[in-house]
Design a protein around this ligand. Structure first.
Ligand code: DX5
Ligand code: ZN
Length: 217
């Protein structure tokens, strides 16, 4: 076991065959399923609501890693938890105080992730690093699948790993955007252990081979 968690992002699945796609990545060894929720405000794209997450919950045993790219996550956290989310990740850049969002998630005993965009400094979330379960470091500008991994973010991954080790924080470092068999080496050497991948997995001919190739380190 590599200790790496691989989370295929359903954003890149074939939506007309979503059940087959999800069952295929589950069979191919995926650890989690990453579900991107976009509101057309926080990011310039739209995706899914709680109803789809509930339907997905009904057809897979994979933990659902729900990434909220929303200006108003407080309105939706409980709806996504009721729909079956196991982890809820919110963005640090929204105006709602992080402790308020954390409490909403923790009142349901779910895992809480906090995400930072490529231009958001780690210092902006330093007050929360002792409480969160996941630090999601975006390695592309959120909004779309199929973008290139931003190499300059690797330094931030390494800095987060250093802070975690120095302070004995319990959060896991997740990376999202542009991950493939090459860029995963950089991210994992920096300290990432949860790897989200959309195009690389769903765009491949062999899901098992693609997932296994992300288990590096
Ligand atoms: C982007 C999303 C990602 C996206 C990653 O805003 O948060 O989860 O699906 O896609 P790839 O792996 O194709 O870059
Ligand atoms: Zn995502």
């Amino acid at each position: 076991m590599s200790g790496i968690i691989v989370a295929p992002s359903v954003l890149s699945a074939d939506f007309l065959h979503l059940e087959d796609e999800i069952k295929a990545v589950e069979k191919a060894g995926a650890d989690w399923l990453h579900v991107d929720i976009m509101d057309g405000h926080f990011v310039p794209n739209l995706t899914f609501g709680p109803k789809l997450v509930k339907s997905i919950r009904g057809i897979t045993r994979l933990p659902l890693d729900v990434h909220l790219m929303l200006d108003n996550p407080q309105t939706f956290i409980e709806k996504f938890i009721s729909a079956g989310a196991d982890n809820i990740t919110v963005h640090s850049e929204v105006t709602v105080p992080v402790p308020q969002l954390f409490d909403m998630v923790k009142s349901h005993f779910k895992s809480f992730g906090l995400s930072i965009k490529p231009d958001t400094p780690l210092e902006s979330v330093s007050d929360y690093l002792d409480m969160i379960d996941i630090l999601l470091i975006m390695t592309v500008y959120p909004g779309f699948g199929g973008q290139e991994y931003i190499e300059s973010v690797t330094a931030k991954i390494a800095e987060a790993a250093r802070l975690k080790a120095d302070n004995d924080y319990h959060f896991a470092i997740e990376v999202d955007g542009g991950l493939n068999e090459r860029t995963v080496m950089t991210a994992v050497s920096g300290g990432a252990t949860i790897i989200v991948a959309g195009e690389y997995i769903f765009g491949s001919r062999d899901y098992r081979a693609a997932i296994n190739s992300l288990r590096v380190g």
